[in-house]
Design a protein around this ligand. Structure first.
Ligand code: BES
Ligand code: ZN
Length: 885
């Protein structure tokens, strides 16, 4: 009978939980906990069963009881059965439970696990002694590992939490402020105010040793940042950002922050980047702490954007929650988008909306696969949820919001959002609820427009050409494989012609449409008072998807493309447009819609580029071209390296090695990326200089020769020269790794080690990742091997798969092992090999990722073949490599 509840996507609706009284007693030394929960609930239909969630908990059947509010009768279940695969606890009663309010009580025990989910332990050192802390991570479906509950976002309830048996010297935190603390000898019992109504995945507790810094918002919300003992100063940046961001969101959403306090805590072992638990946000150390002396500008930006993201959730996610995981993107896409709004307001000099393009690019990259999924994705089982915290939910989600906001305008957009928040506060919402609010607030057909973007996967490439004084537009689904998909969208087309003052926009609602250019130019001439030909002499270029605000790509005919290339060289175009042209061209080349050489030629137009975001994308594209060339035309790789080095000379010389007094945040980040790229492309002068500076750093960690912004570059440079017989650079790096207690420094080093071209060293590095010296949260950073290490990494993955899937197999980090080691291959033989291996070693946690990685290998394989078929490639590359800039 109880079997009938197995394999269901959602819990049955016999009972509705209203209030949880949870008591937990963690034992940090023995790594286990005991607990009890009393759940106020309403039985809403006659039933013999109560079905709720529980996983890896030992439920003591003798403690389970159900009693009705208005009678003294106590019901004991005949059976209390857990089905681990589904994470459910089925209580079967001997008689039908009458409808109405009652209390369900359950006692249980569990393990403080080391898997960074549920109720788990994290470790740290204090006065040279190793210690445990107890932490929770419940999203998406792991509250059930801490206490039995209705663990779905729509079952909102209030939570009254008590922590028992806590060593009295420790800090014990939960979502709400403490109401009572009773000390009994060395132990204390801490109880917290009851929370407002909220979802289970947002409940949290943290027990450990911490210092903190504190501030408050203008309306008195107390904000604290908790850090390792002795490091409270590193919390100041996040604290400052948090206070300002809370004030900003309060105004933007037109609803005050709903809780009396906000705590933010750095957790040494943490699988995601951060988690927005209501009133108790937890972070990886790298995403919360900032060291004035040793953190880089990129670290600062990371801290600020992660804080802004998690605080956005306090409204978008916590106050108004998605009804089901299908609408996860509402949480994540929206928080991602809003975090840019906050960062832009706090740090306008970061030009964060230009940097936002990297979000879109990653979204477009994943969504160009046939194995992508719609933003609103069907979820049929808890085990499917982890894998959709991906670039579709976050980045495509954020990008379609940006597209919509720029279509509707900032003011109606904000106004409608505020009314959405107000309407659904303390409740749940679906995607169409958001569209309804925006439709009402703007008078535009938002639902119809947006359904085409959230209910079907993929996106269009809009081809544009000039014919008979007309511009012709045609949309087809873009696929990186080069195939043509069948999707169609309502595309907000924007274009500029010859000047940013001459604009036009319309909705492309059909497959193709044309626009009379004469009329278009005529009308804009009237507006600008100049004639097209005299438009600062810039006339001729036409740029679609202005500022790349739309989630689509553009393919220009040859003539338009040549004019845009010219406009880039002449510096007529904005950074966002320069970025878009480059990124679209790179994607079209991968899909074999454009030749390899034509992309290289376009890259040449960026020789005087100085914008951080554009150059950073150009570098990413160059890495990819180098990788594919390693397979396709190994004999040309040296020339290509020379070409890429030539391209980066101009900005690199402008920036030099040493930070300039008062220089911008973006220049500081750019210098690091440029030098890293030059080192990776084998530029000897850069490598020599980097090693010289690294040696100085190795002797003195406070030397001014190696500021944090260029450390990664130096580490990569050092690793370029390491071989099995020349290991000293590697050993020195390991020494820095071991001696630092700054997690950002450790990550920087891990991210550089595998860039070594020597396979023996790479194997050593990969094995190092599996040792106790690398926290399991960090191992994936060390997987960034180049072409030389690809085969080594794959063999290593296969040899260690059992251990890896045991250690990382129950979270989303495992997916990174697969994508990092598999997706860069470029042959059908490898497709077969990978496929066979994972058929023999199935793992449901990687289902989507594996399909996506294999698709990438197939795409690479086809691309290699087409590059090999390109005529005159060697001549063209030679010419480009020797061109003097
Ligand atoms: N809600 C997520 C945390 C999360 C991620 C829980 C995956 C469960 C699975 C949080 O709000 C988040 O999105 N964190 C990001 C950082 C953010 C700045 C993009 C992360 O963890 O990477
Ligand atoms: Zn988030």
């Amino acid at each position: 009978m109880a079997e009938q509840f197995k394999g269901q996507p959602r819990l049955p609706k016999f009972a509705v939980p209203k209030r949880y009284d949870v008591s937990l007693k963690p034992d940090l030394a023995a790594c286990k906990f005991a607990g009890s929960v009393a759940i106020d609930l309403d039985i809403v239909s006659d039933t013999n069963f109560i079905v709720l969630n529980a996983a890896e908990l030992a439920v003591d059947a003798a403690t389970v009881s159900f009693s009705h509010k208005n009678s003294s009768e106590v019901f004991k279940p005949l059976k209390a059965e857990t089905f681990e695969e589904d994470g459910i606890l089925v209580l079967e009663f001997g008689e039908t439970l009458p409808t109405g309010p009652g209390v369900l009580a359950i006692g249980f025990e569990g393990i403080l696990n080391d898997k960074m989910k549920g109720f788990y332990r994290s470790t740290y050192e204090h006065n040279g002694e190793k210690k445990n802390m107890a932490v929770t991570q419940f999203e998406p479906v792991d509250a059930r590992r801490c206490f039995p509950c209705w663990d779905e976002p729509a079952w909102k309830a209030t939570f009254k939490i008590t922590l028992d048996g806590v060593p009295s010297e420790l800090v014990a935190l939960s979502n709400m402020p403490v109401v009572e603390e009773k000390v009994d000898g060395h132990l204390k019992t801490v109880s917290y105010q009851e929370t407002p109504i909220m979802s289970t995945y947002l409940v949290a507790v943290v027990v450990g040793l911490f210092d903190y810094v504190e501030d408050h918002t203008s309306d008195g919300v107390k904000v604290r940042v908790y850090c390792q003992v002795g490091k409270a100063n590193q919390g100041k940046l996040a604290l400052n950002v948090a206070v300002k961001t809370l004030e900003l969101y309060q105004e933007y959403f037109a609803v005050p922050y709903p809780l009396p306090k906000l705590d933010m805590v750095a957790i040494p072992d943490f699988s995601a980047g951060a988690m927005e638990n209501y009133g108790l946000v937890t972070y990886r150390e790298t995403a919360l702490l900032f060291d004035e002396q040793h953190s880089a500008a990129a670290n600062k930006q990371r801290v600020a954007t992660v804080v802004a993201h998690e605080l956005a959730h306090q409204w978008f996610g916590n106050l108004v929650t998605m009804e089901w995981w299908t609408h996860l993107w509402l949480n994540e896409g929206f928080a991602t988008w809003v975090s840019y709004l906050a960062a832009d307001s706090l740090f306008p000099e970061w030009k964060i909306w230009t940097q936002f393009l990297d979000e879109s690019t990653e979204g477009l990259r994943l969504d160009g696969l046939e194995e992508s999924h719609p933003i609103e994705v069907e979820i049929n089982h808890a085990c499917e949820v982890d894998e959709i915290f991906d670039a579709i939910s976050y980045r495509k989600g954020a990008s379609v919001i940006r597209m919509l906001q720029s279509y509707l305008g900032a003011e109606p957009f904000q106004r409608s959002l505020a009314s959405y928040i107000k309407k659904h506060a303390y409740s749940n919402a679906k995607t169409e609820d958001l569209w309804a609010a925006l439709e009402e607030g703007s008078g535009e057909p938002v639902n119809k427009l947006m359904n085409s973007w959230t209910k079907q996967q993929g996106y269009p490439v809009v081809s544009v050409k000039v014919k008979d004084q007309k511009l012709e537009f045609e949309q087809t689904q873009f696929l990186s494989s080069g195939s043509e998909g069948t999707g169609q969208w309502i595309v907000p087309i924007t274009l500029c012609c010859g000047s940013y003052d001459v604009r036009k926009s319309f909705l492309l609602q059909t497959k193709s449409e044309s626009l009379d250019v004469k009329e278009f130019l005529g009308c804009s001439v009237a507006e600008t008072g100049s004639t097209c030909n005299k438009n600062n002499g810039q006339c001729g270029w036409i740029k679609l998807n202005v500022d790349r605000a739309g989630f689509y790509r553009v393919k220009y005919d040859d003539e338009l493309a040549a004019q845009l290339r010219n406009a880039i060289e002449k510096k007529y175009l904005s950074a966002t447009d320069r970025y878009g042209i480059l990124d679209d061209a790179a994607a079209l080349t991968t899909a074999r819609k454009q030749s390899f050489v034509s992309l290289l030629t376009l890259l040449g137009a960026y020789k005087e580029e100085l914008d951080y975001t554009v150059l950073s994308n150009l570098i990413t594209v160059s890495y990819k071209l180098k990788r594919i060339a390693d397979d396709a035309v190994p004999e040309l790789v040296d020339l290509l390296n020379q070409f890429f080095i030539g391209l980066l000379q101009y900005p690199a010389e402008k920036l030099g090695w040493q930070p300039k007094p008062g220089e911008s945040h973006l220049d500081a980040m750019l210098r690091g990326e440029l030098l890293t790229a030059l080192a990776s492309f084998g530029h000897d002068l850069t490598i020599d200089e980097a090693i010289r500076r690294f040696n100085a750093f190795s002797d003195d960690r406070n030397t001014s020769l190696l500021p944090p912004d260029i450390r990664r570059a130096a580490y990569v440079a050092v690793m370029q020269r390491v071989t099995a017989s020349n290991r000293s650079g590697y050993e020195s790096l390991l020494r820095v790794y071991r001696e630092t207690d700054l997690s950002q420094e450790k990550t920087r080093i891990l991210g550089s080690l595998a860039s070594c071209p020597d396979p023996d060293i790479i194997l050593e590095v990969l094995n190092f990742l599996l040792t106790k010296e690398v926290r399991s949260q960090d191992a994936v950073f060390g997987l960034a091997v180049g072409s030389e290490g690809r085969e080594t990494a794959w063999t290593w993955l296969k040899n260690n798969w059992e251990h890896i899937s045991k250690t990382w197999g129950s979270g989303f980090l495992i997916t990174r092992f697969v994508s990092a080691t598999v997706s860069h291959f470029a042959s059908l033989d490898k497709v077969k090999e990978v496929d066979e291996f994972f058929k023999a070693h199935p793992n449901t946690a990687i289902t989507r990722t594996l399909k996506q990685s294999i698709e990438r290998v197939k795409i690479n394989a086809k691309w290699v073949e087409s590059i090999q078929g390109e005529k005159n490639l060697a001549d063209a590359v030679t010419e480009l490599a020797y061109r003097k800039y």
